[in-house]
Write a protein that binds this ligand. Structure first.
Ligand code: FAD
Length: 540
């Protein structure tokens, strides 16, 4: 069998990649051992940039609907025990509050206006079920659930892969132009490429207990949160809601040197809640907080994406989000090559653009983890009544405000940029300063083209994606670029924008935006040699 693109692994990254390729008209074959989505929820926090990608695919509202009810506040609360005392709270608006009060909320927190989204609370398992349903509807995607990629051989012309059906042992050879390994932490594609992972390695130990507690919600007060950090000694960890109703996960972290608990899971959950409520354990999964990044992300025709090339500590919620960013970068570049307008250097830029992001984000997550460890070393009086207890809780609360970078790391999500990429034309302006919780909107080449509303419900982001987009402000003359793009059949959509505020945000009268929504070039007039720019940004 011959296919253009073979994708090994239908986790959130492989599913998103197949859908993005399909959106661009490129067919793929998706191979996945699991016939059904793994029920253990794992990821929960969908970053703003990921939501913007899902918006382009028309899936943003479906992602929200697969999560907690829109009315649920997304507060993160530090507690002695879940039904004990509240120590500190990060108030984070619900989807409904954001829709209703966006102007007032943005006046307090400017990052709230930086994207059509702020925080989305959807667990990985319902997200994957929704994505699988979309894949099933797509005429461009063929699936082999219950199959795995066994091995592959790469040549100059393409890749020949051997698939194995798990139930029968049946083997089949597939010839593909490109192979993507989105096959997770134990990636067969990474092993086949002989690529090592480097970094700090395994940083601790944790167990995730997925449980149902129908009576818990009624005890949580008038504004329940979605995530509770439990500080009491012996049950340090985090409990978060999966469905906004009965289902929760307790991730119990073990500090370095603390023996992994052999305590019976239901008793452990009850101790962290602080009441002997009825608990039904749905699944338990050990997992390792890690900081590892693949030394190489690709060969000429094989690419790694997601957990196959970067392993995170979940503190910050970056693993899946970074992987979906990989998928978006790959999707437009592979499409461009298959359609013939992507240059010979285009695919090599996958690693040079995405690996620095993998390195940066895994370090940011590990930094959050290092700083979390100290929080669990609480004073003895933490749970006491009276003055000593109050003092202990206040001393812990005083340490917590910087932790906002775990829960609203908008600078990490929106500030991921490709300023040093060989595909970007530097305009000589200073680099944008990085801050994990602050986002400075900038249309400097390499940056994500900033969001602004053009009309109710219509973002400037909605102009991007199908080929390149040339934003024209004040009737600037972009003909040199338009003609050059036509000459080499680069799809280029031209959008005239008359809104002064958007013009100020973009700072130049012509801005060329890539299919992934990053600025490739900007200037006040099209250069005489428009072809030089077009060739540069398409990797020719
Ligand atoms: C407790 C916890 C909380 C987390 N929270 C967040 C969060 O809030 N936000 C966030 O962004 N990330 C979070 N993460 C990380 C997130 O779960 C992972 O980064 C994400 O699952 C990676 O997706 P993936 O598609 O790359 O890999 P996976 O989800 O691991 O999927 C890989 C797929 O490949 C398949 N496969 C394996 N071998 C083969 C083969 N030989 N052939 C074909 N297929 C194969 C597997 O069956 C699997 O379905 C969390 C992780 C944990 C453990």
């Amino acid at each position: 069998m011959n296919v253009l693109v073979l994708i090994a692994g239908a986790g959130p990254v492989g599913l998103s990649l197949a859908l993005d390729l399909a959106w661009r008209g490129i067919p793929s074959l998706l191979v996945e051992p699991l016939k059904e989505v793994h029920p253990h929820p794992r990821a929960i926090s969908i970053g703003v940039r990921t939501m913007e990608h899902f918006r382009r695919l028309g899936l943003d509202q479906k992602v929200i609907d697969a999560g907690v009810p829109r009315s649920r506040a997304l507060d993160v609360i530090y507690v002695t025990r879940m039904l004990g005392r509240e120590v500190f709270r990060f108030p984070i608006p619900s989807i409904d509050e954001l829709a209703r009060d966006s102007a007032a909320l943005a006046a307090q927190t400017p990052e709230i206006g930086a994207s059509p989204y702020y925080k989305t609370w959807t667990a990985q398992s319902p997200l994957e079920r929704m994505l699988r349903a979309e894949v099933a509807r797509s005429p461009k995607i063929e699936t082999r659930y219950g199959w795995r990629l066994d091995s592959f051989v790469e040549s100059e012309q393409g890749v020949t892969a051997t698939l194995v059906e798990l139930a029968t042992g049946r083997r089949e050879e597939i010839a593909a132009q490109y192979l993507i390994g989105s096959d997770g932490a134990n990636s067969a594609v990474r092993a086949g490429l002989g690529t090592r992972m480097s970094g700090r390695g395994t940083l601790g130990e944790a167990v995730g207990l997925y449980f149902k507690a129908p009576a818990l919600g009624a005890h949580l007060g008038v504004r329940p949160g979605v995530m509770y950090w439990v500080l009491a000694p012996g049950c340090g960890g985090v409990i978060y809601t999966i469905d906004g109703r009965d289902e929760w996960v307790f991730n119990r972290y073990f500090a370095p040197g603390e023996a992994a608990s052999t305590e019976e899971p239901v008793t452990l959950i009850q101790r962290a809640i602080g009441e002997p409520l009825d608990i039904e354990l749905l699944s338990a999964q050990k997992w390792l907080p890690r900081q590892l990044v693949a030394d190489r992300y690709q060969s000429a025709r094989c690419f790694l994406a997601g957990d196959a090339c970067h392993l995170f500590v979940p503190t910050g919620g970056f693993g899946m989000n970074t992987g979906i960013g990989d998928a978006v970068d790959l999707a437009w570049k592979i499409s461009a090559r298959l359609e013939g307008w992507g240059g010979a250097r285009l695919l090599a830029s996958y690693e040079t653009e995405r690996r620095p992001i993998g390195l940066f984000n895994t370090r940011e997550a590990a930094d959050n983890y290092d700083k979390s460890g100290t929080i669990f070393a609480v004073p003895d009086a933490l749970e006491e009544d009276g003055g000593a207890g109050d003092t202990a809780r206040s001393s812990v609360a005083a340490l917590l405000p910087p932790k906002i970078k775990h829960f609203a790391p908008i600078g990490v999500h929106l500030g991921s940029a490709y300023e040093n990429s060989s595909l970007i034309v530097d305009d000589g302006t200073p680099a944008v300063a990085f801050d994990p919780v602050r986002y400075t909107p900038s249309a400097r080449p390499g940056q994500r083209a900033p969001h602004a509303w053009l009309a109710p419900g219509k973002s400037v982001l909605d102009l991007f994606g199908r080929g390149f987009t040339l934003l024209r402000f004040g009737g600037a003359d972009g003909d040199g670029l338009i003609a050059a793009a036509r000459e080499v059949e680069v799809p280029l959509n031209v959008a005239d924008i008359t809104d002064d505020a958007v013009a100020r945000l973009y700072e130049r009268r012509l801005v060329l935006v890539r299919p992934d929504g990053h600025v490739a070039w900007r200037g006040d007039s099209a250069p005489a040699q428009g072809r030089t720019i077009i060739d540069h940004v398409r990797g020719a």
